[in-house]
Design a protein around this ligand. Structure first.
Ligand SMILES: *Cc1c(COP(=O)(O)O)cnc(C)c1O
Length: 392
């Protein structure tokens, strides 16, 4: 058997293949350069153009660009009017920014369990944890798979809840013929470099609702309202907002990147299909279900280790693969396991059994548009090498 890199052997490849990486091309750089030498540097005409292009892409009326995806989530919770006493149902399997936004509004996050096959929040579990204090749903399109909005939206309508979709992973995806962005009352995006397109830091909220769009624009600019457009020096602050503005030069990058989203997506989809073909029927890995009628955004390629077939735990496998220069990682520790959530809200083990059953088995494989087939073969070789060593 080949010696693992953790045991002094030669790694599968000489340099680290990261799990994600931005794709910045010369025309992206040129677009930013042009914006930087224009009259505006911060929020100006390019932000407005980027917003129109985003809204058009998703087929919605409004896009409001903000400083990052976390700001987008917070602004959406603010625009929805969430306040102390309100409960918001969300998934435990996400980046903590999703739930943090609820807490920043003083509302109570309530975790509904995931569907163990798709890894997205389950509509049935949402019904089980809803109370008369429930005001909104905050589902996450985990890894890029759009949630079952055809069930979530009617449920929300019946109960008067607002649906805020965290689509940081799924922008570029679609469900039932409608693009991500048009599937919920508000949809938040992140343009962090690991995501589907980038502005460095950046985010946006997409919505068809005029009232939400108006509130989002106010919130990102200190809560300021201008009662008289003819006298823009006169303004009023009826509600506390903050500065969540995106800059024109970031938006120039965003506009340029948005034009490449389909191309980036096609490459991600190709790589994901190839992973799924090669790993189908693996003794060691299980793959999440793909719903039908859905275009997966493929931000992440997530697999689940069949730990019962290993003589080692997930950390040993991940450490071994990283030593082989394959940048596998874990998305995510469950949000309610963070000590802040345990201490503030008293959440503990047993809250979401399906999520807890997969938590220790999750592993994310490298996936990004600039990855070559050869890079992907390195990943597959490293998996074989490490799995062979630790097979039970
Ligand atoms: C990346 C991410 C965020 C936060 O986005 P930032 O732009 O990094 O603030 C929020 N939710 C999810 C699911 C994410 O993956």
């Amino acid at each position: 058997m080949e010696r693992l890199a953790t045991q002094g052997g030669r790694p599968v490849r000489p340099t680290l293949l990261p799990y994600a990486h931005q794709t910045i091309e010369p025309d992206d750089v040129a677009a930013v350069g042009e914006a930087l030498t224009a009259d505006w540097i911060t929020q100006g005409p390019v932000v407005a153009r980027f917003e129109r292009a985003l809204a058009e892409h998703a087929g919605v009326k409004h896009a409001v660009a903000v400083a990052n995806g976390t700001a987008a989530l917070h602004a959406a919770c603010w625009a929805a009017g969430l306040a102390p006493g309100d409960e918001v149902i969300t998934t435990p399997l996400s980046f903590a920014a999703t739930t943090n936004a609820i807490v920043h509004q003083g509302a109570q996050p309530v975790f509904a369990d995931i569907d163990g096959a798709t890894l997205n929040v389950s509509a049935d579990a949402i019904k089980r944890v809803a109370t008369p204090r429930t005001r909104a749903l905050l589902p996450v399109d985990f890894a890029g798979l759009p949630c079952e909005y055809e069930r979530l939206l009617p449920l929300a309508r019946e109960n008067g809840w607002i649906v805020i979709a965290d689509a940081a992973h799924s922008f570029g995806g679609a469900a039932n013929g409608r693009p991500v962005g048009a599937l919920a009352d508000m949809t938040t995006l992140s343009f962090h470099p690991v995501k589907l397109i980038t502005t460095g830091e950046g985010g946006a909220v997409l919505t068809d609702r005029d009232d939400f769009a108006e509130r989002l624009r106010a919130m990102r600019h200190h809560g300021i309202r201008y009662p008289d457009p003819a006298r823009p020096w006169r303004y009023e602050i009826p509600e506390l907002g903050t500065n969540y503005r995106l800059t024109d030069f970031q938006s120039a990058l965003g506009l340029s990147q948005l034009g490449k989203l389909d191309r980036f997506w096609r490459r991600r989809d190709q790589l994901a299909r190839r992973y799924r073909e090669r790993l189908a029927g693996s003794r060691f890995l299980e793959l999440p279900d793909l719903a039908t009628g859905v275009r997966h955004g493929w931000h992440l390629f997530v697999a689940m280790l069949r730990l019962e077939r290993f003589s080692a735990d997930r950390d040993v496998i991940v450490t071994s693969l990283r030593a082989e220069n394959i940048g596998v990682t874990v998305h995510y520790p469950l949000v309610y396991r963070h000590s802040f959530y345990a201490e503030r809200f008293g959440y503990g083990p047993g809250l979401c059994p399906s999520a807890e059953a997969v938590e220790g088995r999750l592993m994310t494989l490298p996936l990004f548009p600039a990855m070559t087939d050869h890079d992907q073969d390195d990943v597959l070789r490293a998996l074989d090498k490490v799995f062979a060593r630790y097979a039970r």
